[in-house]
Design a protein around this ligand. Structure first.
Ligand code: ADP
Length: 289
């Protein structure tokens, strides 16, 4: 402040040499005003930073409390089944085997849940180092369709792969696999009996465009944004029964955002859904989230 005042006083003195005291006073007043404006700006920036930090802390706390709540469900089941066995409450050996199978299923559920929780927290902390490479999405999709065929068969759903040949994208293979797997698995999980899933991919205007359409239960308009939030499920029971964690779409959205792409949902309740993913074919454009 003193330095600003001196510089200003010297400048004003040069212009108005007859009233040096007035010149110094004027310089002091002007520099006070400048410092005041500067301090107000600094305070405003600090307030904004503080609000962002508080929001981030809130989001993190909410995430951990949701995650521990989700983990409690399989742990409670495992404990309950183990106690039944421990107290010889199930004498029938066939029933015993069934309970052991249930324990194993719950443990598998926990493994998937923990993997998804870790994936989301890493993506949110920007703690991922994608290995970018040229990927032929048609091959990747064909591979995923074969992997999901048994699950589709069990659910009496037909998978139809219409991806064009040689669809390219410069991205991380594991992340592209994650997107395709999540969308196909949801399209089977939330489908109807004898339903269909169409998978399509092509390159257009510098983008790799992936479409996964199903004849399933659809998503009501008021739910369409929420389903991308972590742990949000329209029907918790159906998601859990079919091995869902409520994190799939939020993982997909994070990955898509990472590449500066987009994900769109077109759906009518009771009348199927279509998820459209667009990713810049030459790699990361902008890291948005
Ligand atoms: P989940 O593991 O529960 O499937 P997701 O994040 O993948 O978690 O999806 C969140 C919710 O969005 C699901 O629980 C379901 O209610 C809804 N959803 C996702 N995909 C579809 C779809 N293809 N058709 C209808 N609802 C869907």
């Amino acid at each position: 402040m003193l330095l600003i005042a001196l510089v200003l006083a010297a400048a004003i003195l040069l212009i108005n040499q007859t009233h040096p005291v007035m010149a110094v006073l004027a310089a002091l007043l002007i520099s006070y005003g400048i410092v005041d404006i500067y301090m107000a700006k600094v305070t405003e920036d600090l307030d904004r930073l503080n609000a962002t930090l508080l929001k981030e802390r809130e989001i993190r706390q909410e995430f951990f409390s949701n995650a521990s709540h989700e983990l409690k469900t399989p742990i409670t089941s495992i404990k309950g089944y183990a106690e039944l066995l421990e107290n010889d409450m199930i004498p029938d050996p066939v029933m015993q085997k069934d309970v052991i199978r249930r324990i194993k299923n719950e443990a598998d559920r926990m493994t998937v849940l923990i993997a998804d929780i870790l994936a989301v927290s890493k993506l949110e902390a920007h703690d991922v180092k994608p290995e970018l490479m040229d990927i032929d999405m048609s091959e990747l999709i064909a591979d995923r369709v074969v992997a999901y065929e048994p699950r589709a068969k069990a659910a009496k759903v037909t998978l139809c792969n219409y991806a064009m040949n040689h669809v390219h994208v410069y991205a991380d293979y594991g992340q592209m696999e994650e997107i395709v797997s999540n969308l196909i698995s949801n399209a089977i999980r939330y489908n109807k009996r004898l339903g269909k899933v169409w998978i399509n991919a092509h390159n257009e205007n510098g983008y790799m465009i992936l479409r996964v359409r199903d004849t399933g239960i659809g998503v009501a308009p008021e739910e369409q944004e929420k389903i991308f939030n972590r742990f949000y499920r329209v029907d918790k029971g159906r998601s859990r029964e079919t091995g869902g964690t409520g994190l799939g779409l939020s993982i997909v959205k994070h990955i898509v955002n990472y590449y500066g792409g987009s994900i769109e949902l077109r759906s009518k309740l009771g009348n199927g859904s279509e998820f459209i993913v667009r990713i810049p074919e030459h790699g990361i454009e902008a890291e948005t989230e």
